[in-house]
Design a protein around this ligand. Structure first.
Ligand code: 5RP
Length: 225
């Protein structure tokens, strides 16, 4: 199976956990896209009643186009189930997110959710996270100073750029700096350091924040929990 088939496989598998009446957190990314398509199909064909809370304007657009009702996160008091993708996941369910630039809203939705599932193809699993790089969302004011601080710390920062060579802007109009740190020996220590750096809004280290990971494999989806 190619990577897209594996993404479609886990997307279809994950929506089996969505029950009538649920408030569902909808992540962001190419894997989540397949999941939202599958969820939209259930809404249209089975008359499933759910409310979605999204993690990006991209996902909002897609979900609404499929007839899924979307509410603002502050208009719900909790989220029953959040289904999101990830860039890397280790054996302890520590992950890196933010490849799609939505890490801030994704972490907020993750925090507000009772049950959390990640959907990934088999290439995302690793023993130690870090090779992907750690996305860090920073406010524009003084962002170059934050970048320089990361250089001094040896974090090998790179600005996230758009195809037309401008600094990438998140849904909150912030920048993203990707840290090319390589495999991380102590992700908790790095997370602590990043979140205490003035100017950093959030980082893409999601440490032990999910209950289940559904992995797309050639012989069918594998559920890890
Ligand atoms: C977006 C994310 C995505 O979930 C992550 O990048 C995985 O994306 P994809 O399914 O396209 O590989 O964190 O901010």
């Amino acid at each position: 199976m190619d990577q897209n088939e594996l993404k479609a496989q886990v997307g279809a598998e994950a929506v089996k956990y969505v029950k009538d009446g649920m408030i569902v957190g909808l992540g962001t990314g190419s894997t989540v896209r397949y999941m939202v398509d599958a969820l939209g199909k259930r809404v249209q064909e089975e008359g499933l009643h759910i409310v979605g809370v999204t993690t990006s304007t991209r996902t909002t657009k897609q979900a609404e186009s499929l007839g899924i009702t979307i509410k603002d996160i502050d208009d719900v008091d909790h989220i029953d189930l959040c289904i999101d993708g990830a860039d890397q996941v280790d054996d302890d369910f520590n992950g890196i997110k933010g490849g799609g630039g939505a890490l801030l809203w994704e972490k907020i939705v993750n925090n507000a959710s009772v049950k959390k599932i990640w959907i990934v193809d088999q290439s995302k699993l690793c023993h130690r996270i870090g090779a992907f790089g750690v996305p860090v969302e920073v406010i524009p004011f003084g962002a170059q100073h934050v970048f320089n601080r990361f250089v001094k710390k040896g974090y090998k920062p790179q600005w996230r750029m758009t195809d037309d060579n401008k600094k990438y802007r998140t849904d909150e109009n912030n920048y993203i700096i990707d840290l090319k740190v390589g495999e991380i020996a102590d992700p908790h220590a790095l997370a602590e350091d990043l979140i205490h750096t003035v100017g950093v809004v959030e980082h893409g280290l999601f440490l032990n924040r999910v209950d289940m990971v559904i992995v797309g494999r050639d012989n069918g989806p594998e559920v890890l929990q």
